[in-house]
Design a protein around this ligand. Sequence first.
Ligand SMILES: CC(C)(COP(=O)(O)OP(=O)(O)OC[C@H]1O[C@@H](n2cnc3c(N)ncnc32)[C@H](O)[C@@H]1OP(=O)(O)O)[C@@H](O)C(=O)NCCC(=O)NCCS
Length: 146
Amino acid sequence: MSIDLVGPAYAPVLAAIHALSFPRERWDAATFQQQLEMHGVLGLLDSRGGMILLRVTADEAEILTLGTVPAMRRLGIAAGLLADALDRAARLGARSVFLEVEVDNTPALGLYAAAGFAEVGRRRAYYANGSDALVLRADLPSPPPD
Ligand SMILES: CC(C)(COP(=O)(O)OP(=O)(O)OC[C@H]1O[C@@H](n2cnc3c(N)ncnc32)[C@H](O)[C@@H]1OP(=O)(O)O)[C@@H](O)C(=O)NCCC(=O)NCCS
């Protein structure tokens, strides 16, 4: 497994993975660049074809996006990225992590349930196709001493 913390220079790579992962919802390279230039936003890349963006704000973190290209799914790439992101969030002082996920996104719901996320809310008609978003939260452990 090879996961790297990447900066704005990797925006085109993350955008390419995102485009393959989310055919209906494009974030272009400029969007990734803006995000990665923001304070508290971290980008992690698995060079096999996965990426995650995480924002850490004081004691809370948010998963902004997470995707694995279709040809590389069910190999543990997203689980590895998520575990790395949660570990980094805890070390940066976050005590809980939030995310939004489409209510019928079975693969993502399986991934998040396995990582300890639980439903804490629902946003009605949140997505462009009219479907609801579930808001999920996971509590983070205190960071281990360095
Ligand atoms: C959701 C997504 C990120 C999972 O990526 P992945 O690299 O294939 O996931 P992993 O191989 O790490 O899977 C980890 C666990 O998640 C769950 N999972 C993953 N895909 C699943 C599927 N199709 N059905 C059910 N559970 C699934 C399983 O528990 C899996 O563990 P297992 O393979 O040991 O059973 C990927 O399907 C994707 O990019 N989807 C489109 C974008 C998206 O929906 N992103 C999340 C938005 S919130």
